[in-house]
Design a binder for this molecule. Structure first.
Ligand SMILES: Nc1ncnc2c1ncn2[C@@H]1O[C@H](COP(=O)(O)OP(=O)(O)OP(=O)(O)O)[C@@H](O)[C@H]1O
Ligand SMILES: [Mg+2]
Length: 354
């Protein structure tokens, strides 16, 4: 239903005063893709989105849409839809009036406006709410009006800036499923900003991880989740254990890693050499309680802190010396208890020390 784009391409630098907030930020988005910008507060996500929308002028660089330069095209002429965190609805207009606003500006015939607005309100499950005012709607309903208002104009590209962060946890999960469904159903191309890794993983075809205006990694949710390229991305994606190791002999696809006087085994990776200092990252949920059969990668330590997570617990284990390890378990973990832990070799991600 929406006009599709073939390709958006850009490489953008943005400075505020002397400060570089986006440094040659490269991006390529294909038609019907769902791409997410993920990163901590202040990393430049909204700035990048604002530049694509035409609301923020870039300091350097170009944006091309289907091979044509668009960075000197005004925001209205770009034909993009935007949804913000704070809904930004017109308070004095009804739900119908809000969604019809852009079509009225385009002087569409009233029969067409009526039909498109009603159709769109049906899609976002707000049929029957036409005459309400924004102040009479819940946060989730207001955000659906904001999404309908953008989508009714058949945007070539949808830009979302943390659209769900004002909603409670349950509604957030429901609304993200709705956004994903609308994206597929309408054949949209979408760029979505969030600092929530779960949101990025569940929505995206590709995730772009940013740190202080610099691109850290681009990949599918599975690539970013399973094979982070550096300590920053791993940390952001929920790896909580980072073991400083010194690499040793490599044989049969495995490499030895010296850690606190013990030898651990990890899967070898190209470009890592014996003698090099490196980091082994592993998620708390991948650390197993007890000894492995072959005794490989077993560490012993004492439970120092237990965080209750509901179904599971996450505990901090004090190892030899000053090392600490986080482990997640369904079994009850008791403060002060001594535990054997197995770190499966294929769950380690070998990273360069920063
Ligand atoms: N108008 C401005 N003038 C000066 N500095 C700005 C301006 N807008 C943003 N910045 C700075 O640019 C950097 C990136 O800001 P941006 O809003 O893009 O971050 P963000 O990733 O969207 O963060 P958040 O998750 O908090 O929304 C920040 O350091 C911010 O302080
Ligand atoms: Mg922002």
């Amino acid at each position: 239903m929406a006009d599709s784009i073939d390709k958006l391409q850009m490489s953008i630098t943005k400075r505020y005063g002397g400060k570089v907030v986006l440094d040659h930020f490269p991006l390529e988005v294909g038609g019907r893709e769902f791409v997410t910008f993920l990163g901590p507060s202040g990393c430049g996500k909204s700035t990048a989105l604002g530049i694509i929308a035409g609301l923020v002028p870039p300091s350097d660089g170009e944006i091309h849409l289907n091979g044509r330069r668009i960075d000197d095209v005004s925001p209205e002429k770009r034909g993009f839809g935007m949804v913000f965190q704070n809904y930004a609805l017109f308070p004095h207009l009804t739900v119908f009036g809000n969604v019809a606003f852009g079509l009225s500006l385009q002087k569409r015939p009233s029969a067409e406006i009526e039909q498109r607005v009603r159709g769109m309100l049906g899609l976002v499950r707000l049929a029957g709410y036409e005459d309400r005012y924004p102040g009479q709607l819940s946060g989730g309903q207001q955000q659906r009006v904001a999404i309908a208002r953008a989508l009714v104009l058949h945007p070539r590209l949808m830009l979302f800036d943390e659209p769900l962060s004002n909603l409670d946890a349950k509604l957030r999960v429901e609304m993200r499923a709705e956004i994903k469904q609308l994206h597929a159903q309408l054949g949209l191309t979408s760029i979505y900003v969030t600092h929530d890794q779960a949101e990025a993983l569940s929505l995206s075809d590709r995730i772009v991880v940013l740190r202080e205006g610099v691109l850290m990694q681009v990949g599918t949710p599975q690539e970013i989740h399973d094979r982070p390229k550096n300590v920053f991305v791993a940390d952001f994606m929920g790896f909580r254990n980072f073991l400083d190791v010194t690499l040793g002999k490599e044989a049969g696809g495995m490499i030895e890693a010296g850690f606190k006087g013990q030898i651990l085994q990890a899967r070898a990776r190209d470009s890592f050499r014996p003698g090099e200092h490196a980091v082994l990252a592993i998620r708390p949920e991948d650390v197993r309680l007890g000894k492995s059969g072959d005794g490989v990668n077993v560490l012993r330590g004492k439970v120092e802190l237990v965080e209750y997570l509901g179904r599971e617990q996450e505990a901090e284990i004090a190892l030899n010396g000053d090392a600490r390890l986080w482990v997640r378990s369904h079994e009850k973990l008791v403060l002060g208890e001594m535990l054997d832990l197995t770190l499966p070799a294929d769950k380690f991600v070998l990273l360069r020390r920063e």
